[in-house]
Unconditional design. Structure first.
Length: 83
């Protein structure tokens, strides 16, 4: 896919006197756009995976925090009874 992008980039960036209505030029531009969107989609898929991992870790940490709070409350109650 990267090789295609380089090839398209070279062809699109080379100097030519063709007008905007030239079909080959339009095809090259559209292919470059497609490759760009495919790369963007792949990057966003990776970001979604990372965000899901972070969300999972946050949920785990919230559960752990609630457990710690419960232990602290239980210990506080026992301490008050002893005093």
């Amino acid at each position: 896919m990267i090789d295609n992008l380089r090839e398209l980039s070279y062809k699109v960036n080379m100097k030519d006197d063709r007008g905007e209505l030239d079909l080959e030029k339009q095809i090259y531009n559209l292919k470059a756009t497609i490759v760009g969107f495919q790369d963007l989609v792949n990057m966003q898929k990776l970001e979604i995976i990372d965000l899901k991992k972070i969300s999972s870790e946050n949920e785990k940490n919230k559960n752990l925090l609630q457990g710690y709070k419960k232990v602290i409350e239980d210990l506080s109650i026992k301490l008050r009874k002893i005093s």
